[in-house]
Design a binder for this molecule. Sequence first.
Ligand SMILES: [Cu+2]
Length: 504
Amino acid sequence: METAHNGKTPLRESGKPTLLTRRQFLASGVAMAVTIPFLPIMSATAAPEPRTAKLRLTAGIRTLAVNGKPAQVFGLIGPNGKPGITLSPGERFHVDLVNRAGTSTIIHWHGQLPPWTQDGFPWPQTPPIPAGDTHSYDYAPIGGTFWMHSHQGMQEQSLMTAPLIVHSAEDMRNDRQEVVLMLHDFSFQTPDELLAGLNKANRGQSPMPKSGMGNDMNMGSGSMGAMNMESGMAMDLNDIDYDAFLANDRTLADPEVIRTEPGGRVQLRLINAASATQFWIDLGALTGTVVAVDGHPVRPVRGTRLPLAIAQRLDVLIDLPGKGVYPIVAQVEGKRARTGIVLAASGAPVSRLAAEAGENAPPVDLSLEGRLEAVAPLAPRAPDVTHRVILAGAMAPYAWSLNGEYWPNVTPLMIATGQRVAIEMLNHTMMPHPMHLHGHAFQVVAINGAPLAGAVRDTVLVPPMGSVTIAFDADNPGRWAFHCHNLYHMMTGMMTEVRYPGII
Ligand SMILES: [Cu+2]
């Protein structure tokens, strides 16, 4: 059970009586914190810090209650004792990352555009932070809804993730109640066990590539076939059978209840921090307006059911109609399972929510992507260089590739400062792949070959047998990871490097 954490820290087993359940913890009179934070550190950081000061972010271990059982997970606790960091307009990302996780770690500031040596990726030049050490960061952040997660091994699956919210001057002028909703997939098994299970489940099956003509190759108990409407072929979703899905670290059986003002306006900052799960966000009786994706403003789009691929974010404005109770639910694609939070007027009684929806949710798709339009698009310009990337994979052994190469044995995609770069991604598999480029915000410029002046963002879903083209200006020299954000796809090879010349 402890190997995922390298065994260096004595991790307590689930179910040990020494740990408090969340309810016991709440009953003990300690505030509304869901987690038991790293107490020795908290006493040193609880005092409010001046906003010009260097902020402290602590990578550590905490205990959650999931399905009534304690679970030891990682965490990233910010200067106010809560997960993550929120920055004021104009404030730099000036942070000391203190590693109290008991094992080496490195944290990536997902979607931010820092110099490459501060990106939080374990390049040879920027190795992970050893246990007990502190590493400092200092860069000018971009505003919006971002997040942070470990890029070391599979720590992300063990919840080494947190929100990173950068307020704009406009945010401060607007009269909105901000609600951050971060989603996770959770298992009582370690990530190593989950990955081993994927390899085992598929051993002995036909070694055919996971591409081509409609082979419905299921991948163990967690997998689920669905029809891709465009191709009429079976597609695969959900490699892993998770024990729970979390919204702000809690299940729908025991959700976070956020008290709202009747008739007030809420800005939902949705973050899909799951390792291998995509969701449909269901606003129920409410209608929302999508105003930003991956932190970048888009022209307003109204909706009540919104797809959210792995690692993506959505900013949704909601005008609450009155004194009601409004669950905000996230349903797993291809499943009935769901999680969520509840917006409720003060005093309004909150009744129990069903943990499962009536029907399996359809696959997350590009129905929203195709309607999005960036508020600040790229200037019109033909690409100087176009890289074509084939997304492929095989079931036995379980492995995924880009242009037939498996990380770390890859040929970098070379680009040069000043170029307009296009990357055309062709998915030759029956699984969706949420593709993420580090260090650059790109614009979605084509879906399935049809040109589009789409959103500017940092992660885009490439559907089974589909294609997506992105474009960006090469303005951040360095070494940059470009990968599928399904953790198990990345870990088995689906990652490459976008590289500028002359980096030593
Ligand atoms: Cu993938």
